[in-house]
Write a protein that binds this ligand. Structure first.
Ligand code: HEC
Ligand code: HEC
Length: 440
């Protein structure tokens, strides 16, 4: 059984309330096998069969391996021309995060953003597409070089850190603009995102302290972004640039797979006016994805269920939770949030434990990229399942950290004090902290 902690409680509450939302959905089987590596791919438990039906449609779109098809006029549709992957699922491994194995196996879900002083690279656009349809050259091949350093805990135990340096091999359309910088981002896990979308914006704003009025060294700011409704809270992506799951999904379809969708209508996705061959293959007469397709993909992501936490009550895990509290990690990785009363019923009025505040924090120069040093606090729920789901553990926005110790040791800026307290822990306290994170 994969009954979920908070969801389970809420379901009980719903049934007591006598609402129509009783677990009738269980009549409809999910299409996902119950293998250990599929633990993040299960639908929320106890939802209505109409929700499961939409979830299954969205699942089909999310996993659909797209193939380009050639039209009578020579243009292609269905994928590309330039692209990074043929499905959403290809990068978000089993709905978990991407992977950068050391054993020579292929890197999965690492995207190179191209950042110029005034926007995208004039030739290569917003991101590197390392694949292309037949007859067109991919833009280039992403390359990551590592520079190892070693730091030490107060008790002398070492942590090997590796800083990435990014470059592009086999650039097919001439050099990058000299001012263009590369920022790499690893596909994040897709855990509990419908609940995070359901947290009231005012509740997030109340957590922000942009001028650090309380003097605790931690500020945090809401990233306000343009949406149809005006300025709203950005929540999704490593720097909280997407205000909704639909916005993130449409952008992904456009930039990662070259598909057009409402609001993302430029023919050929990220193919720039300077890329004449790509433009010639792109079609502009109809959209690849409808608003309903985007809705269903986002619906699928939103309704992925939270995994069970069987080890939550272990002694060592509980000790680690206390360490997490003492170090002050929860100032950003908030252990308790509540969702809005106005959200869809399956998400509304819940107390959740996502371990994020969805705010941007200055994480210091070591984690800074060309867009600066602010990152959104990533949710930590589900993080302990990374290896089980993605096959390898890679953390932080560019996947540089191979384990929890490295991930925490890279924290700087607003999190520097918490990191220094972490480095002062003894071996037993550290083990407890890792056990706690591993049980999330
Ligand atoms: C080429 C790899 C790749 C593909 C394909 C891809 N994604 Fe992603 N996805 C990413 C990366 C990288 C990020 C982080 C983006 C950022 O930080 O701006 C991300 C972020 C997300 C997020 C936000 C998660 C969070 O916690 O904030 C959602 C939702 C998402 N993707 C859904 C999709 C959907 C739906 C599709 C298919 C239409 C898709 N992705 C295809 C790489 C990919
Ligand atoms: C000032 C806010 C802040 C504090 C305090 C903080 N973190 Fe973080 N944490 C972040 C941000 C932001 C990131 C993402 C940084 C990046 O990707 O470059 C992050 C990333 C992580 C990750 C990797 C998550 C992932 O999905 O890859 C882990 C694990 C983590 N933090 C644990 C901790 C622990 C344990 C503590 C306490 C010692 C702590 N953090 C304190 C803001 C904070």
């Amino acid at each position: 059984m994969r009954a979920m902690r908070i969801v389970g409680l809420a379901l009980a509450a719903i049934m007591l309330g006598g609402l129509a939302l009783v677990a009738s959905g269980q009549a409809e089987q999910s299409r996902i096998a119950g293998l250990p590596q599929d633990v993040l791919s299960q639908p929320m438990q106890g939802v209505h069969s109409a929700i499961l039906a939409k979830f299954n449609y969205g699942l089909g779109l999310f996993r659909h391996v797209r193939e380009p098809s050639r039209r009578a006029d020579g243009s292609v549709e269905g994928l590309g021309p330039l692209h990074n992957a043929q499905s959403c699922f290809a990068c978000h491994i089993r709905d978990g995060r991407g992977a950068m194995p050391d054993d020579g196996a292929e890197t999965v879900g690492l995207v190179f953003n191209l950042v110029g002083p005034d926007g995208p690279d004039p030739v290569y656009g917003n991101q590197l597409q390392d694949r292309a349809v037949d007859g067109l050259l991919p833009e280039g091949r992403p390359v990551v070089d590592w520079h190892e350093t070693e730091i030490h805990f107060a008790d002398g135990a070492p942590i090997a850190l590796r800083a990435p340096r990014f470059s592009i091999a086999d650039l097919a359309y001439g050099p990058l603009d000299p001012a263009t910088r590369i920022e790499a981002r690893l596909a994040p896990q897709l855990v509990g995102l419908g609940l995070l979308e359901a947290v009231d914006e005012h509740a997030l704003a109340a957590l922000a302290d942009p001028d650090d009025a309380d003097g605790d060294g931690i500020s945090g700011r809401l990233n306000l972004v343009e949406a149809e409704e005006g300025l709203v809270a950005g929540r999704f992506g490593w720097s909280a640039t997407a205000p909704s799951l639909e916005a993130q999904s449409a952008k992904a379809a456009h930039l990662d797979m070259g598909l057009t969708a409402p609001g993302f209508e430029a023919p050929g996705g990220d193919c720039q006016p300077a890329q004449a061959a790509c433009r010639a293959l792109a079609h502009s007469d109809r959209l690849d994805l409808s608003a309903n397709d985007i809705f269903l993909m986002a619906f699928y992501v939103a309704h992925l269920g939270l995994p069970d936490r069987p080890r939550e009550q272990d002694g060592e895990v509980a000790a680690g939770e206390a360490v997490f509290g003492t170090l002050g990690c929860g100032a950003c990785h908030r252990p308790v949030l509540t969702t809005s009363l106005d959200a869809p019923p399956e998400f509304a009025d819940r107390t959740i434990a996502p371990f994020t505040d969805l705010l941007l924090h200055d994480m210091g120069p070591d984690l800074a990229g060309p867009r600066g040093s602010e990152w959104r606090t990533p949710p930590l729920w589900g993080i302990g399942l990374t290896e089980q789901v993605s096959g390898v553990t890679r953390y932080l926005h560019d996947g540089r950290a191979r384990n929890f110790a490295e991930a925490i040791a890279w924290h700087g800026g607003e999190a520097e004090a918490a990191r220094n307290r972490f480095l002062a822990l003894d071996a037993r306290e550290r083990a407890a902290l890792y056990a706690f994170l591993g049980a999330l």
